[in-house]
Unconditional design. Sequence first.
Length: 138
Amino acid sequence: MRSYRKEQVFQTPHRRDYINITPDVEKAIKESGIKEGLCLVNAMHITASVYINDNEQGLIHDYDKWLEKLAPHEPVSQYEHNGFEDNADAHMKRQVMGREVVVAITDGKLDFGPWEQIFYGEFDGRRKKRVLVKIIGE
């Protein structure tokens, strides 16, 4: 069995952003040369997420509105974490959306269901953050 590791760095212009990173992951799989195995993709920061869903702008907008209702950013005084930071909501949004995804690799490609794509969700952006792509297999 072989393994391959790659980091992607993102610095979003907004506090919250949603980026389809499927092409980046597909590129890493191609670079790895692995044809059969598993691909782990995870956000390496506690205020960002990696998740799988449909690449449809209306749905992405709906997610953003829903997450903001669940854990509104303001007023920041509502959170105890915010004694020295203003990102408690970002931690909660990440908890809901998840840390990572694992996708099977078959014949050198992501083995997705219909419409599935991998996204990076940023909830406390405007600074550099990393995403890990770890591929294992043959």
